[in-house]
Design a binder for this molecule. Structure first.
Ligand SMILES: *Cc1c(COP(=O)(O)O)cnc(C)c1O
Length: 406
């Protein structure tokens, strides 16, 4: 193959600024509202509540603390079990540990790569007293909230939605971040829009929004002196960060449209290759296309092994694996990343239970498998989905990937 490495690295998803952010940061500076109170915070809480259709939004310093507040609001306590997506970022799970509770991991499904309601149902058979389910939406698309909500209702469990990655995505015409009793989104630097950092807690409950507001500002009581009656957290968003979010918000739909184009271009470019793009419910879901990912068909996988640190593969003609593609893209200064390593495979969680549906077959429906998450991790890769990437650059990336299948 041709080509020199790209001079400027091509990223998975880096911040894309528009200039409006500076206007709101400057205003915060000039009026001296640079701390955790101010117009930018009020405004983005209003706008995100409107966008998602939730009644109340509380701006926080990260998506992780938004998830933590969701768990607190749901009443999760020491030694409680929480059912949580197995295939996700550790930020979904860590707040369960902060509360001294025990995560039980629920396998994902091939249809959306999100929580499998059949595995969830089975988990309730094993742990019938579980009261909280935390479901993450991966890479741009919603879980099947018809099914997940139904199972939760049947068992009187509270649903929490980790919509950190899916702001602007919809399921059955309803925005993600609104399916749980409590919901979290993120404005981390690599998300669809960013505040440089930041997150938001969303709910329809006024009472719970007030609680989170209090907890996130050190649980200060309504007294003149520092009165401490509950444990507190320093989790509130700064008005400067909120200025960045406020400047980004008008561009959310534009970002989604550009990301969708990237996804479609990959899909078109890979038409004749033995792989699939990250799937979504085509009839009911509208993803935000945050990251484009691939999963290589089983018959096109060469031998790949991974230990806790490194990956190895044996090249075979006509076959490849995520490791080969990853390494090759690196040579061209292009960032890619294996899919989230499932939580049940993480050394940190080796003693936690993991529940799968019964009778699982791989997505090509040929061989029996133990779980879906490990199979996706084995065969999947996140591709550069940065909206500043040009079509020409993307075409070169497509060619590099194609060459791995030779
Ligand atoms: C990014 C992310 C988070 C955490 O958000 P931060 O703002 O980085 O704390 C949580 N869950 C998922 C699924 C994420 O992708």
């Amino acid at each position: 193959m041709l080509i020199k490495p790209f001079e400027n690295r091509i990223f998975l998803s880096s911040p894309t600024m528009h200039g409006d952010e500076l206007v709101y940061i400057k205003k915060a500076y000039e009026t001296n509202w640079v701390s955790t109170v101010g117009e930018n915070i009020d405004e983005i809480e209003k706008q995100i509540a409107e966008k998602t259709g939730c009644k109340y939004a509380v701006a926080l310093s990260s998506g992780t603390c938004a998830i933590h507040m969701c768990l607190k609001a749901a009443g999760v306590r020491k030694n409680d079990i929480v059912f949580v997506s197995d295939m996700t970022f550790n930020a979904t799970v860590n707040p369960i540990i902060y509360e001294g509770a025990t995560p039980v991991f629920i396998d994902c499904e091939y249809e959306s790569w999100n929580m499998d309601y059949k595995a969830l149902e089975k988990a309730f058979e094993i742990y019938p007293d579980t009261k909280v389910v935390l479901c993450a939406n991966l890479y741009s698309t919603s879980a099947d909230y018809d099914k997940i909500s139904e199972v939760c209702q049947k068992h009187s469990a509270i649903l929490i939605e980790d919509a950190a990655e899916t702001l602007g995505a919809k399921f059955k015409n309803k925005q993600t971040g609104s399916f749980g009793k409590y919901n979290a989104i993120s404005f981390n630097g690599n998300k669809i829009i960013t505040g440089s950092s930041g997150g938001m807690f969303l709910t329809d409950s006024y009472e719970d929004a007030c609680k989170v507001m209090k907890w996130s500002t050190q649980s200060q009581e309504d007294t003149a002196w520092y009165q401490n009656e509950e444990i507190g957290y320093n989790y509130r968003m700064s008005n400067v960060v909120a200025g960045v979010v406020r400047g980004q918000l008008p561009y959310l739909e534009e970002h989604i449209a550009k990301k969708k184009k990237i996804y479609e271009r990959y899909k078109q470019g890979f038409k004749r290759l033995p792989l699939k793009m990250n799937p979504y419910y085509e009839k009911t879901s509208e993803p935000n296309f945050w990251l484009s990912c691939i999963i290589i068909n089983k018959e096109a996988m060469c031998r790949q092994t991974r230990n806790e640190r490194e990956a190895f593969y044996e090249k075979e003609a006509g076959k490849t694996c995520p490791t080969e593609i990853y390494e090759k893209l690196e040579k061209y200064n292009v960032e890619s990343r294996p899919l989230w390593k499932p939580m049940h495979l993480q050394p940190l969680f080796k003693d936690n239970d993991f529940v799968t549906a019964d009778g699982l077959y791989d997505s090509d429906c040929r061989t029996k498998i133990t779980d879906v998450g490990s199979d996706l991790f084995d065969r999947g890769l996140c591709l550069p989905s940065d909206i500043k990437m040009t079509e020409e650059e993307q075409d070169i990336i497509i060619e590099i990937i194609k060459s791995c299948f030779e």
